[in-house]
Ligand binder design. Structure first.
Ligand code: SF4
Ligand code: SF4
Length: 257
């Protein structure tokens, strides 16, 4: 059990070569997680102050790479780069490898134990969780943010079918222009001027562009289902973050050529 209340390192002797910063936490390299003493690593709250458990785990992975390199006498800062894959989720004409039936229902209200029972039994769990029906609805409310719409401009024949079917009217084919000018010509009014927009390359037929208001898209895949040429696709983004084992495999591959 880890309870992050306060960083305190009175147990580390100050003459070991481990430097401390103005918050009295060890000075740690942001890439290698090594302290100022070679071979000693820190992660989690003790490295850069309070963060969440997800970052603590990531710090552990990065420190593991450093420890592996230290033991292999390799430079700690020569690491595999992060990468990203975009893989199509298309299974057939109307079938995707994710549930695209977006449900715009409001968030379900979780069931709780009645107040009287809570006072009668102070040691009981108050939240009862979702019912099976609520659970299914909650799952369908997911916006599938890891699934990206991917557009191939050269395939578009400007039939407007995707624009017609989009339930939130986030697509527009129009002449290109400055963002301040483009926003006046979009299918749906722009409520957030800072929202990100996708603007395609010039389309082959008229040199207009496909514009998508990323703020509105609910990743329903209807544009990709309707498109007769496959210009729209739904692709799953996959972050590729190397672990120590990947560094070892890469090192073996380098040795064997
Ligand atoms: S995925 Fe759905 S909401 Fe997004 S652009 Fe396509 S049709 Fe519109
Ligand atoms: S449905 Fe396909 S071909 Fe038609 S306008 Fe949309 S992207 Fe272009």
């Amino acid at each position: 059990l880890a309870i992050g209340q306060e960083n305190a390192f009175p147990w580390i002797e100050r003459d070991l070569g481990i430097e401390f910063d103005e918050w009295d936490v060890p000075t740690v390299d942001k890439v290698t997680f090594e302290s100022t003493r070679q071979g000693i690593y820190f992660g989690g709250d003790s490295a850069f102050g309070p963060e969440n458990i997800i970052w603590a785990v990531e710090h552990g992975h990065q420190a593991a790479i450093s420890i592996h390199k230290h033991c292999s006498s390799e430079p700690l800062d020569k690491r595999l780069p992060h990468g990203m894959n975009l893989l199509s989720t298309k299974m057939s004409i109307h079938e995707w490898s994710f549930s695209n039936d977006y449900d715009p229902s409001n968030r379900r209200r979780m069931r709780h134990v009645e107040l009287k029972q809570r006072f009668d039994e102070l040691n009981i769990e108050v939240e009862l969780g979702f019912s099976a029906e609520q659970f299914v609805t909650e799952v369908e409310r997911c916006l599938n943010c890891d699934i990206q719409t991917e557009f191939t401009a050269k395939l578009c024949i400007e039939c407007d079918a995707c624009i017609d079917v989009c339930p939130v009217r986030c697509l527009t084919i129009t002449q290109n222009g400055d963002k301040s000018d483009l926003v006046k010509r979009l299918s749906a009014p722009v409520t957030n001027q800072d929202a990100p927009f996708y603007v395609s390359d010039a389309l082959p037929q008229t040199s207009r562009v496909m514009v998508k208001d990323e703020n509105l898209c609910v990743h329903c895949a209807l544009c990709a289902e309707r498109c007769p040429t496959g210009a729209w696709d739904m692709r799953k983004s996959e972050l590729l973050i190397p672990y120590a084992i990947d560094e070892e495999v890469a090192a073996c591959n380098r040795k064997t050529g």
